[in-house]
Design a protein around this ligand. Structure first.
Ligand code: 5GP
Length: 213
């Protein structure tokens, strides 16, 4: 039996640096499978189809929706974003830990389906940093920027729906904290059972199959 991997959901208000943290975490832990979302938003400079996102037009996205291909989906700033279900399911089934980097609405939907997942809320260290990060992307209009700022402040109130909070001040430190959370979660006693009939060379503890969604 392969023990399913851990589902790790990184979320938080816009401008908290979710993308940077995930990239940094994946450098430290290349064994983690990053889910690539589908989106109807246009690619930004430097983004490649299939790498950052699967870029779809509205019709293609709606066809995927109709086929129930998403684990969750949400409309974020007038674009659709969704997590394709099959790659996540198969990576978990193969025992790989899976990372989702999604918005708060999406994270709460996943939590309903997979309460055994690990839900990590990222917050910026200060209002000033949040403002700079949202403005600094340089690709969005003033209207979009002020929409994002307002929404980020509102979204902070979802903190308590999550298991962990990480303040993204120094990138490497924040990524190290996320990694520590993953290590700690994988060491929790409820994940293991004692193998009392283990042979002399066999491990005394084995991981339990906790997947129930
Ligand atoms: P961006 O357009 O800046 O890449 O992403 C905008 C927001 O959409 C971010 O908060 C990002 O985390 C979120 N997002 C990206 N992929 C998904 C997804 O598959 N589902 C949901 N619900 N949100 C997503």
């Amino acid at each position: 039996m392969t023990v399913p991997g851990l589902l790790i959901v990184i979320s938080g208000p816009s401008g908290t640096g979710k993308g940077s943290i995930c990239r940094c975490l994946l450098k430290r832990r290349p064994d983690i499978f990053l889910s690539v979302s589908a989106t109807t938003r246009l690619p930004r400079a430097g983004e490649t189809n299939g790498k950052e996102y699967h870029f779809k037009d509205k019709t293609e996205f709606e066809a995927m929706l109709a086929q129930d291909e998403f684990l969750e989906w949400a409309s974020v700033y007038d674009n659709y974003y969704g997590t394709p279900r099959t790659p996540v399911d198969s990576a978990l089934a193969q025992g790989r830990d899976v990372l989702l980097e999604i918005d708060i609405k999406g994270a709460l939907k996943v939590k309903q389906k997979a309460p055994e997942g690990i839900y990590i809320f990222l917050v910026p260290p200060s209002m000033e940093v949040l403002r700079t990060r949202i403005t600094g992307r340089g690709t969005d209009s003033m209207e979009v920027i002020s929409k994002r700022l307002g929404k980020s402040m509102e979204e902070l109130s979802y903190l308590y729906e999550y298991n962990y909070v990480v303040v993204n001040d120094v990138l490497e430190e924040a990524a190290a904290k996320v990694e520590s959370i993953i290590i700690a979660e994988k060491s929790r006693t409820h994940r293991y059972r004692i193998q009392s009939n283990a042979g002399p060379e066999e491990p005394l503890l084995v991981e339990k199959d906790l997947k129930n969604w």
